[in-house]
Structures are given as C-alpha cells and as structure tokens.
Design a protein around this ligand. Sequence first.
Ligand SMILES: NC(=O)c1ccc[n+]([C@@H]2O[C@H](COP(=O)([O-])OP(=O)(O)OC[C@H]3O[C@@H](n4cnc5c(N)ncnc54)[C@H](O)[C@@H]3O)[C@@H](O)[C@H]2O)c1
Ligand SMILES: C[N+](C)(C)CC=O
Length: 505
Amino acid sequence: MAAPSAIPRRGLFIGGGWQEPSLGRRLPVVNPATEATIGDIPAATAEDVELAVSAARDAFGRDGGRHWSRAPGAVRAKYLKAIAAKIKDKKSYLALLETLDSGKPLDEAAGDMEDVAACFEYYADLAEALDGKQRAPISLPMEKFESYVLKEPIGVVGLITPWNYPLLMATWKVAPALAAGCTAVLKPSELASLTCLELGGICAEIGLPPGVLNIITGLGTEAGAPLASHPHVDKIAFTGSTETGKRIMITASQMVKPVSLELGGKSPLIVFDDVDIDKAVEWAMFGCFANAGQVCSATSRLLLHEKIAKRFLDRLVAWAKSIKISDPLEEGCRLGSVVSEGQYKKIMKFISTARCEGATILYGGARPQHLKRGFFIEPTIITNVSTSMQIWREEVFGPVICVKEFRTEREAVELANDTHYGLAGAVISNDLERCERISKAIQSGIVWINCSQPCFVQAPWGGNKRSGFGRELGQWGLDNYLIVKQVTKYCSDEPYGWYRPPSKL
Ligand SMILES: NC(=O)c1ccc[n+]([C@@H]2O[C@H](COP(=O)([O-])OP(=O)(O)OC[C@H]3O[C@@H](n4cnc5c(N)ncnc54)[C@H](O)[C@@H]3O)[C@@H](O)[C@H]2O)c1
Ligand SMILES: C[N+](C)(C)CC=O
C-alpha cells in the first residue's frame, strides 16, 4: 500500500471540537520505518487538561445526566455501535496511519482495527444488558428490609495509554468507560497518537454528545501527570510501564482516587519434550516476535525441556531466519521496525548487556543488513542465560527471547515464577493434565495452553504482582467504570423499636 503524502493535522479533541493546544506547541511524528518526520501532533499541557476535564464534567452532569450518564444503556449502545461501524468503514486508512506511526506490519495493524471495532460492538451489547441488571435484589435475613443494587458510572475518568497497540489499548478503556456512562479524557502515548486523534474525528462524525470523550495528546509529564492528579477526575485507568504505574498510584493515593493498572511483563513459555517441535516453535515466535516483541504479554522467557532444547533451538533459528523483515507497508512483512529511536537504542543496550554478562547471542542481535534506515532489529535469540542476568529479569519490549533449559516440571514452574511480574504465562505439552497443573501453578493473570498471545474481548485481561491489578475486557472491563451502590429500604409499618418511646405526658 502506498503511504499518503501527508497525515492529517489535528488539534486536541475537547468538548466535541478541535482546539489548538493552549501553549501552541506541537510534537513531531516520525515514521520509525523510514526515520522521516511525517507530521506533528498537539502537545497539551495542564491548561488543556483543565479544559478537557471541565468538558467531561459538563457532559457527565448535562441535563441531570438524562442524555448520557443516567440515560438507558441502550442510548449509549447506539453511539458505540456507530463508532464501530465507522472504524470498519475506515479500517484500511486507520491501519495505514497506525503503521506509519508505530512501524508495525500493515497486516497486524489491520487486525488491530478489526479488534477495535469488535471491542466497541461488544461493549455496546454490555451497555444494553446493563439496564436489565439494575436493581438486582439482595436476599436479606430480615423481612422488614428490602435491598437492591444500583450500578452507576464512576464519573469522569482519565485514560492513559501506551504506544504498542495505540488505538486498541485506548479502545479497551474508552469502550467500557462510555458503555458504563462515564465521560472520559483520553491521553494516548506521545509516540503514537494519530489513530486516537482520528477516533475524535469519528466521535464528531457520529454526533457523540460533546465532552463525552475528550482526547488530549502530549508528553506524559506535561499532559498525563496533570490528568492523573486532577481533583475532578474520579478514576485513572492506566496502561504502560511499571515505573509510570507506580507514579500514578502515588499521585492517586493523595486523593484516594481509584486506579486500575495494566503494566509490564516478563512472561514465560514452557515447552515440554512431548510436543510437535515446529508447531511449538511457531507459537514461541508469535509469542515474542509479533509486533516486534513490543507486547506486554510477550512470552520473552523460553523454557525448554533439556531433551528437546537443541532440536528446538535449531528449528527456532531456521524459522527466525525466514521471517520477512521489511518496510511494514510491504506485503507479507512479519517484522516491522520498533516504535522509535529511543526504543531501538534501549533494546540494543539490553542485547549488549546480555553479551557482556556472558550470555550467547545465538541468532540476531543487530540491524538487518538489507535495511539501512529505520529502527529495525533482527529477531534475537539469547542462550546461556542465568537467572541473575538483566535479560532474564527485565522487560525488553523488543524482538528478543531468552532461553533456559529445565529437567523437571517442578523446575520449570520455579523458573516461570522467578519474576516480579505476573501478567501472562504459557505452556506447550501434549499432556493436558500437566498443562492444567501448570496453569494453576503459574503466578499470572493469563495462562495460555498450547499457544501464546491469543486475546479475546470476552475474556478478562490483567496481571498480578508488578504487572498491576484490575481486569480489562469482558464484564470485568465494564465493572472497572461502575460504582456498586446498595439501596436498603425499611418496609414495615411497625416502628423499629430499638429505643423506648418517650412518655407523651
Ligand atoms: N498490561 C497490559 O495490558 C499492557 C498493554 C500494553 C502495554 N503495556 C506496558 O506498557 C509499556 C510500554 O508502554 P509505554 O512505553 O508507552 O509506557 P509509559 O509508562 O512510558 O507510558 C504510558 C503512558 O503514560 C504516559 N505517562 C508517562 N509518564 C507519565 C506520568 N508521569 N504521569 C502520567 N502519565 C505518564 C505516557 O505519555 C503514555 O501515554 C510496557 O511496559 C508494556 O508492558 C502493558
Ligand atoms: C493485549 N495485547 C496483546 C493486545 C497488547 C499488549 O501489549
């Protein structure tokens, strides 16, 4: 597909319209596959955050909430379905923008856009179903009382998202937040904001009430931090690094503001000796090289049973050599560039530190020779790794897999859990009872059996340990944006009778 000569020039999306950032500053957009500057995005600051939060507050309370926050879920569902339809109409264009902005292969970006539309549709259905779940009765042990539960939107929510799946990660928050009746301020990553800004255009086109969704782009410290600390933001939903997550949690704690945190990972993939090696190799590749390994749940620690380790690694290298690494717009590309020069340097530093610490770079570890420009890194396989090495312990967020061997199931589980993170884990074996045992033993929010990475909007997503807390997707994703309110009614004609009535004399 040919790249457009210019990307759209957008402002901040506030109160249903486009506004220039208060300080008039903009940030360059660099295509990481060519290193060319292809446009710019607005750089919001605290002044813009103020305007966006105020627009969201107005929208939340407008007309007593009759048109949004207290409207029947079916009303909000109509808007979510309209957004999904527009995403489908514009799928090719949005995928192209995502690729130009992030360097991911166009086929992956197109898949992301399908997931975006499916997520809006899914939460439209849940918004409709919410009406039927209101006033759910609670069974009480005293007949004089009746109790029921209301589910109400939490209020104005701040949604702060990363660059690896720019529109998809934003949608995982925007769709359930809007379905619940919240109004929102979205702050996507400064490294890839183009498609999130296009979402603003779509909201305007479908006539979403002004202020229901506001989108401000800019730096984390200048736009994200004032959003997280804003006293009129009722909740922060954050996806990003564990370091930023910690900062957000500290800020939110000052106001006892609820947060949900989807953070980093260093997930294991355990492969036993009873498997079809080529099938398992393909999952290992998908688990760590898809999206150039810039995946929170990447299974970047490969644990191989010692009996198959040599054969497995031979095949893994052969498969890795066959990956098409190219301009991500080229047909059949399976490994694009990483997102930025900063990310490229960070990944290269991880590889050189691994080498210095005594690990072996079995394959890759460099820029592909046929690509002279762009932030491309070969798929990289690292062996002779010890558990004290940085490459074993820290999230790389690049196409880099490190490998260790094990002898027993117990040893495999110990190695799998030897991490501060707890986002995901995977096991491949033909012995399904063993897989079930291991899925219980792995300390993570997600376990894949005989695969790695498939992700469905219906199933809960989120981590344990330093990978964060709270769950997105499914019903859990909607509950993130709802307050559970108990209403209890005294329904007897009799006085309560705890105190003796005073004398009438
Ligand atoms: N668990 C998940 O579901 C999941 C999904 C995708 C990505 N991630 C994680 O995201 C990370 C990569 O994303 P990233 O590099 O964009 O992360 P990041 O933490 O650098 O940035 C994430 C977002 O936070 C903003 N931000 C930065 N500093 C801030 C501050 N002080 N206050 C408020 N906002 C601030 C950024 O501008 C960006 O929008 C990886 O660690 C990855 O594992 C997790
Ligand atoms: C959940 N997923 C894989 C789409 C994005 C995580 O980085």
